[in-house]
Design a protein around this ligand. Sequence first.
Ligand code: PMP
Length: 362
Amino acid sequence: MSQFWSPLVHRLTPYVPGEQPKLTDLVKLNTNENPYPPSPRVVEAIQAELGGDAARLRLYPDPNADQLRAAVAAHFSAYDIAPAQVFVGNGSDEVLAHVFMGLLCHGRPVLMPDISYSFYPVYCGLYGIEHRAVPLGEAFDIRVDDYRQDAGGIVIANPNAPTGQLLPLADIERLATEHPESPVVIDEAYIDFADDPMPTAIALVNRHPNLLVVRTLSKSHALAGLRVGYAIGQAVLIEALERIKNSFNSYPLDRLALVAATAAMTDSAHLDATRRAVMASRQWLTDAMTEMGFEVLPSAANFIFARHPQHDAAQLAASLREQRIIVRHFKAARIDQHLRISIGTDLQCRALVDALKSILNP
Ligand code: PMP
């Protein structure tokens, strides 16, 4: 605390990111990174941009990210998305920051599930937005009936985090239809790990001017270290985000991020292969942990959310750590007996299962 701080800083409770350990010999299953490398085209694109003498780094990047926006639009050509409907930012966290500032600051409460991505309430604190947490159902399900109330906006992660539960597209369409005056923001950070046919709300944006879908390259594209995210919606929503961006940092992405993300968006075969590998391991891990007595929620993400009725979750996380495996444990009410476990490689998943067996049956 300091007298130099603004009242805003005094009021803030900042987000605490998952641990990024300095040790390298850990099985790291705590922050939902992709266990596989990104597309080889990413490395080629970065090398080409650096060139012999990195001369291009003298120059500012394209403030409009035209090539990347075109690549994102092309990736979603099945849904008839134009480049002008794409907004890009420095990770989806930054895209979301612009969304809260540019679309959700209306003086009316923003609705969100009570158990969800914990950055949303932090942004509300930062921008002075009132928010109302709508409780999840008994099975950690989002009940859209409960959202029939006055709202300055709705923010939902789909699949939800940290539960991994998927909200059907019909429910999202209902939210957009029942709140025609309010932005409905669907954060699809993990949706590439959902079963086919891909249940993305991008399929709905051209029918609903209030619907905005936020995505990231951190998970399915294995580029968490690059920091690229984007949003897709009708041009009227994108224009608001552009205005915020240009008032904040007119160069949101650097030259390397721009070329690398563009390359990643063009390699659908690589995306599909890694996504399928993660989904197969998710099934294997779910079965193995269920056999050990864990209750595992059905997951459409690259993590599972599980509890063991006879074992304290914090204790389990600590015991795993002693075996050099880190998973995520949240202290929040209702979920403090659960663990969120990112899906690793087959080898990592097997190491986790072996460790859990040794802890449960010493
Ligand atoms: N949304 C959700 C639901 C997340 O879990 C995360 C990752 N912590 C993000 C957005 C942010 O991802 P990034 O900033 O890496 O794009």
